[in-house]
Design a protein around this ligand. Sequence first.
Ligand code: B3K
Ligand code: ZN
Length: 889
Amino acid sequence: MRNEDGAPVRLEDYRQTDFAIRHVDMTIRLFEGHADITTRMDLSRRDGADVTAPLMLDGDELVLTGLSLGDEPLDAARFDAGPDGLTIRDLPATGEFRLTIGTRVVPETNTKLMGLYRSNGIWCTQCEAEGFRRITYFLDRPDVLATYRVRLEADRNAAPVLLANGNPVEGGPLPGASEGGDPADALRHFAVWDDPFPKPSYLFAIVAGRLDSLHNSYTTASGRDVSLTIYTEPGLAERAGYAMDALKRSMRWDERRFGREYDLDVFNIVAISDFNMGAMENKGLNVFNHKYVLLDPDTATDADYAGVETVIAHEYFHNWTGNRITCRDWFQLCLKEGLTVYRDQEFSSDERSRPVKRIASVHGLKANQFPEDQGPLQHPVRPVAYREINNFYTATIYDKGAELVRMIATILGQDAFRKGMDLYFERHDGDAATVEDFIACFEDASGADLTQFFLWYRQAGTPQLEVRQIFDETSGRLTLELRQSLQAGAAGTGTLPMHIPVRFGLVGRNGGDLAPALHSADTRVEADVIHLTQEQATIVFEGLDERPYLSILRDFSAPVQLAYKESSQDRLALARLDPNPFGRWRALTDMVGDALAAAVRSGGAGTPDERMLDAMVEAAQDEALEPALRAQMASLPGEAEITRLVADNVDTDRVHDVRVEMLAALGHRGKAAFERLRAALDTQEAFSPSADSAGRRALRNTLLAPLSAALGTSELAQEAFAASRNMSDRLAALTVLAHQFPEDAATRQALAAFYDRFEEDPLVLDKWFMLQASAPHAGTLARVEALVAHPKFRLANPNRARAVLAGVAGLNPYVFHQADGAGYRWMAGMLAELDALNPQTAARMATAFRSWRSMEPGRRAAAQEALRQLQARPGLSRDLKDILDRTLA
Ligand code: B3K
Ligand code: ZN
């Protein structure tokens, strides 16, 4: 059962349950206004468990309607039932026994969207992490694995589709009065589903409602026929075609790359409009935020297509990494999440472009995980304590977790990595495993000792990697000095040196990688990887005619903060010459980021380095590179990114001004080239969601911002908006209008036209809300007040709430960090309102405050004041309180 409110759950306190649950048989009767649930479970004491221990089942806002042991109702003296738990005493010391528990819940009023709730009339569930206890009393933890058989009953008209985990067994009308049934059942029907794979309760799911569907089928490598169905709200199934395609490609890829096949007769996906996160990997019945299923060129951007592909793959891959092998406890969350992110990143790399995908992942890691790792919400990839587990579905668990898996692959090499994965699947299929179990598989498969590597799971924070190079012309020797350090942070974990794999290249003056002889090294150097395991290492290469360009930390081979005094000359050379495409992007981006941060710190843009701007213009035009990569190299970081780079004493007004100036300077410098490129890329080709087509659109649309900034008028964006024939182009143009030319009549007209056209399309309308909330202008806060009063705004819908709240707090530092503190106060007020409806989403949105200490003193004080006032409000959820307490600590 949950600890007393406020007391954290600790890894060191882990112990097995006294009871095991072998099988669960549920009947769920859905009615308008309530649902009745009967849960029959077969339990026994575990070997060696205390024979007198009571059974303590978890609950959350539950009402008990019946309780029997075997066939007899249980005497009231033998149990205590409350909304948060059910304790039963004097249960049999040996052998299996059966408990039958009745509960009643009200899905219609469940705005937390955890447990059983209704989304647009559709009954659906979300159980991870602790939602099953909102449906029935249970040992609601991931190390209690049971098989489930579920019977659903509902009105045939309200819920013609009845879904649960596993395979369908039977279904049909309930007997009406004439057949001897209950007259009230005349219009009702039932379905029975059976899931043969033992699973933890967090993977339980049901869905019932009026749904449209898109069908397909798949034959696995060993010849099993699987029926695939994607269910949507009425009228939207045709938008699920790309998701279906992505699903089939994911299934094939997992067979080829990891030898993993699907294991049930059916695989169902349901797209829901009210959902707290992206999607959920329930066994055989994935439930998705419809944002990650529904697409067509007219309503979805290329980024949406890529997101759908990723999330479909991610949830599918969980079938093995998460479901067949699950986590022993929630401290092991990275075991399924980090690993599955790694797998979905690899999938996207293989399906699309490896360097482009890597750049996008690294960009995301730095934008989301680095600030978390360096601020008050810091925690290790394997945490040791939590107050609210839902607050640990973080960038650290997911994205840094994926980086750790990638480092294992780098350290062991692809073959040994695959052997370790094979061993993991073989050894732990059907288990609730730990990170130690996972690492042991790689050690056993390869013979490597990963003891030091394990520190990456225990120590929080971003290590700093200091690099120095010395070239001696007379001897032709190049000396590399590497040094690592880790600051103790909020998590208070260790700071020991870790195993950092540093991929590198030595690039010749005319391009191409050199392969000089290694003269000496006090650490292991293997091909293009330096294994830094001590605090510092010195590596000397010899036989060089001239100083090469050092391409360091290629492919971002470790999640570290690079501290390297690299000359502009080297960066510019690498941006042009590095044979490693990631290295080209890295050199140029670091140069641009440093220039912007320096300008902010010194109080003005000054004249931006023309060679740097030229390098961006040149990259945009470089036919040897794929267009998506050219777009990445020619883009300026956003204001949020620059804010992060400045790191302390930040004045976000300056951030804004510096970026605006730099954008215009880039536009001036590249004007002719950018115009030519935009014309050349305007091929009028029929829309294709392929990565190539998307890359060309990305490049063309990226150039619109600097060109418009240089022109100083909205004409180009107006033309682009009018000519747009897909959502990527339309949204790019509208963003330039709304962000650069907020006062123009043309902008107002374009926003109104967009609204009129897509008013009835919630996913597009989210974009309309977010676009305005993220506009960096003095008038935005007033506009945002109007947006939340708009008839189409619904705080209870997480996508809509996120569009506005994260639009301001996540994407718009200029407004969120407004010097007068109005942005902070507005956000705090919204969080209080949202918390009363949906604590999980409120807590997630509140993490936007995590970097408040990096602001200049005036803003810092205003943020602290807003946070304190919010923290002092009575009745806050544990979710939000946990985030606020840690943020202010
Ligand atoms: N496992 C879910 C996330 C559940 C979040 C619970 N607060 C989706 C995913 O990572 O695939
Ligand atoms: Zn996941």
